[in-house]
Design a protein around this ligand. Structure first.
Ligand SMILES: [Zn+2]
Length: 424
């Protein structure tokens, strides 16, 4: 439920009027030409802006299905930026005109957690990894979350800004800003502030994917009020701030398209999320087994793209995890009696789990670490294991691996935390 308070004015100074600075010292980046700024923000009417820049090499991308996820780094730690072509790996930004330091996120850990959950919810349908741990020197987008606009050399009242290309294409490794302290100054710390900050960040991030403002209140690209969490909409919407216009740069004769569909563009630029859950099964012990107080648990997990982690849970408690096969876990010191053992596998986007129940009895023989079963990797035929070929065949009764099945998304739904309403 984003509340924009600004008028949709657009300022596009002529490129020719750009100053010619003295030649920079060797090794010093200069800020590429800013074509103009879209949006309007003031102390009286806080809002967001886009910095219009020329198209960037590599911006005309088409996401490869099943490709590596786009990394979005939610930076709450503060950063020092130098002017230059946008590059989150080297902290260069077209937005800053001089070396600028944005301080760390000033809010509480709980507020930050809400923001992360919210941003993940908004981008859940897409092939992204959203992290608040600096990914380092690998390609990534960066959403700086902190400070005030003035600390980036922008005027007071600006709550967020992203670069945006004249042809509405992606800016690889772009850096965008959500001025969290400015937003807090404008709205106060309320229950809804995390969602406000999340929606500003989502809009700024998507500007760097080439999405313009949309004249559709339910979409994060909008300036319009909306009662509820904004989500990218699969709607051919008109662009615009407070009135409809073509997408791109109004008033210049240069437009990108008559309408914009956020979902279509995001699927094209960063790709859809993988929706195929992994499969996982506990191959030993078998379900219902009587086991000693210490024994190994073996699990198999597979995924169309790759299993990123398998966790072992005993009686509802996480006890161990593996990020690569073999998914073998050693348990020791279990109390006698019944226990539930769950293996949870994720591909980073989807979750699956397999449950067995065992009975611990002191002195019981250890479970066969490689019992027959349909997921036995030594079974080459892939058939249910009653075919007598000697590979993974069921030779005794009662051997049953736990069922693998999708267990729903990892993401908890972002709880709506009260309504933030500011109207003037
Ligand atoms: Zn914007």
């Amino acid at each position: 439920m984003r509340i924009h308070l600004l008028a949709g004015a657009l300022l596009i100074p002529t490129i020719a009027s750009a100053e010619r600075a003295a030649a920079p010292a060797p090794g010093v980046d200069v800020r590429p030409p800013t074509i103009g700024w879209m949006g309007e923000a003031s102390v009286a009417r806080p809002g967001t802006k886009m910095q219009v820049i020329p198209p960037v090499p590599g911006g005309d991308v088409i996401a490869v299905p099943g490709g590596a996820p786009t990394i979005i780094y939610m930076n709450k730690a503060g950063v020092t930026l130098t002017p230059g072509n946008n590059d989150a790996r080297t902290n260069r930004s077209t937005v800053v005109a001089q070396t600028s330091t944005i301080p760390a996120f000033e809010g509480s850990a709980a507020e930050w957690s809400s923001i992360m959950t919210c941003v993940r919810t908004i981008f859940q349908p897409y092939n992204v990894t959203i992290t608040d741990v600096d990914p380092g020197n690998v390609p990534h987008f960066e959403s700086i979350m902190g400070g005030r606009a003035q600390q980036a050399g922008m005027e007071q009242g600006v709550l967020g800004v992203s670069p945006f290309t004249t042809n509405c294409t992606l800016i690889p490794n772009s850096i965008v800003f959500t001025f969290t302290q400015s937003t807090r100054d404008a709205y106060g710390t309320t229950a809804g502030l995390a969602e406000e900050l999340c929606e500003i960040a989502a809009q700024e991030i998507a500007h760097s994917f080439g999405l313009d403002h949309e004249y559709l209140a339910s979409d994060p690209m909008t300036y319009l009020n909306y009662n509820g969490l904004k989500r990218f909409q699969n709607v051919d919407a008109q662009c615009g701030e407070y009135s409809a216009r073509a997408c791109g740069l109004p008033g210049t004769g240069v437009t990108c398209s008559a309408r914009q569909n956020s979902v279509t563009l995001l699927n094209q630029r960063i790709g859809a999320a993988d929706t195929l859950a992994p499969t996982v099964s506990i191959t030993s012990p078998s379900n219902g087994a009587v086991v000693p107080t210490g024994f190994a648990v073996n699990a198999d997990a597979m995924d169309n793209l790759g299993v990123t982690k398998v966790e072992l849970w005993v009686d509802g408690n996480l006890v161990d995890s593996r990020t690569a096969a073999p998914y073998t876990f050693q348990l020791t010191g279990l109390a006698t009696g019944g226990h539930s053992i769950v293996a949870k596998a994720t591909d980073g986007n989807n979750l699956a789990e397999s449950t067995i129940n065992v009975t611990v009895q002191a002195g019981a023989p250890p479970p066969n670490p490689n019992p027959p079963g349909p997921n036995d990797p030594s079974d080459p035929d892939g058939n249910p294991d009653t075919d007598g070929d000697g590979n993974g065949d069921i030779i005794t009764g009662g051997c049953q691996t736990g069922s693998a099945g999708g267990a729903g998304g990892i993401l908890a739904l972002f709880a709506l935390v009260g309504l933030l309403r500011r109207r003037r």
